[in-house]
Design a protein around this ligand. Structure first.
Ligand SMILES: [Zn+2]
Length: 360
């Protein structure tokens, strides 16, 4: 069954932190078909080495989804994210939470505003008594802001104990379960009117199980938002991203699960103006749903060439002089707004008070 993971902050994946992590034969399973569209036709895409094991990424010829085959089991990933390096890192940060996390929180607030704009652009409206669920809510900064924008109650799923405590005590997010599999056991919810994954879905192995749970816990007419890397631009495949989405694969995954896509757009917001390195999908739960069979038909994807060009462009834009131009353009296109500064100051003040209470 699917489980959620929240992507740790950049820099957490240090070489020393990864020592001791092993991938055994019994941790690996074969994938019979594309996890996004269900088609069986694939081509070798890229090799990757992790813990002395050679891993193979393949590209679905039908939808250009890039995925690991064979792939580590979800149980292995759950172990990875609960691994001491992540918890230990977060715990040492607790006493210096504010300074250490300011950049991450600012990024979270910018991502929250992107999500809010995407929902408004799709014409989403929410009932007054509604609740949202963020899968992999980390410190709860995004959930808090989105909930405020739409007058919703904020709920989250988060495997990290330290992040979960912060989300509840500081950000005011109610944690409903540590992982998606724990959510599967809960049947008593009335349903959420908004569920979203911000840079989390690419970390999950079992996409069908995850989308089935989303459908089950989403109210009729409820909204789903997914923000994930766009495989057409950064070569984002790694052990941490067993699923890398193309615009087509993300759309097909949603349609196969009875989620009607209202908007699906690539953009670099808020990190870069020159490379549309993220995908944002907004979908609504439709009543009719035939089941998650493969979507047949349609010409094979020609994304192979598009991706090669995109990756070349991404490499060029990541180094001077284009990198300098990109920084300048990005700062102008996606500035930190006064509103975001105020929200950041709020979180910082709450965190300081929490630290104080913990020391007293
Ligand atoms: Zn596919």
């Amino acid at each position: 069954m699917a489980s959620s993971t929240s992507a740790p902050a950049a820099g957490v994946y240090g070489a020393e932190a990864m020592q001791g992590l092993v991938l055994r034969d019994q941790d690996m399973e074969k994938q019979a078909s594309c996890p996004a569209c269900g088609a069986g036709d694939r081509a070798d895409f890229a090799r990757h080495t992790f813990a002395d094991r050679r891993l193979q990424f393949v590209r679905c010829r039908q939808c250009s989804h890039v995925y690991l085959d064979p792939v580590p089991t979800q149980a292995w990933y759950d172990g990875l994210y609960a691994h001491s390096f992540w918890e230990a890192k977060t715990e040492t940060q607790q006493h210096q939470t504010v300074a250490a996390n300011r950049t991450q929180w600012r990024k979270g607030l910018q991502r929250a505003d992107k999500l809010i704009d995407a929902l408004r652009g799709a014409g989403a409206v929410f009932p007054a008594d509604g609740a949202l669920l963020e899968v992999g809510c980390s410190f709860g900064v995004i959930a808090r802001r989105v909930a405020e924008a739409f007058g919703l109650r904020a709920h989250g799923i988060e495997p990290s104990v330290a992040a979960r405590q912060f989300a509840e005590r500081v950000a005011g997010v109610r944690i409903v379960a540590p992982t998606m599999s724990d959510l599967a056991a809960r049947k008593e919810t009335d349903g959420f009117c908004l569920i979203y994954f911000s840079h989390v879905l690419e970390n999950i192995v079992d996409l069908d199980g995850t989308m089935a749970l989303v459908r089950e816990h989403l109210r009729d007419g409820g909204w789903l938002v997914i923000e994930t890397p766009n495989i057409r631009f950064p070569p984002s495949y790694s052990i941490f991203h067993p699923n890398c989405f193309s615009p087509r694969s993300l759309g097909l995954l949603l349609r196969r699960h009875g989620l009607q896509v209202a908007r699906l757009s690539p953009s670099g917001r808020p990190a870069t103006r020159l490379s549309p390195r993220y995908l944002t999908a907004v979908a609504q739960k439709s009543e009719e749903h035939a089941g998650a069979e493969a979507l047949k038909g349609g010409a094979p994807s020609t994304d192979g060439l598009v991706m090669k060009t995109g990756h070349l462009w991404y490499r060029l834009a990541s180094r001077p002089p284009l990198r300098l131009l990109d920084r300048w353009l990005t700062a102008r296109a996606y500035p930190t707004t006064p509103e975001q500064r105020r929200a950041l100051a709020d979180i910082e003040a709450l965190a300081e008070r929490q630290n104080q209470d913990a020391t007293d």
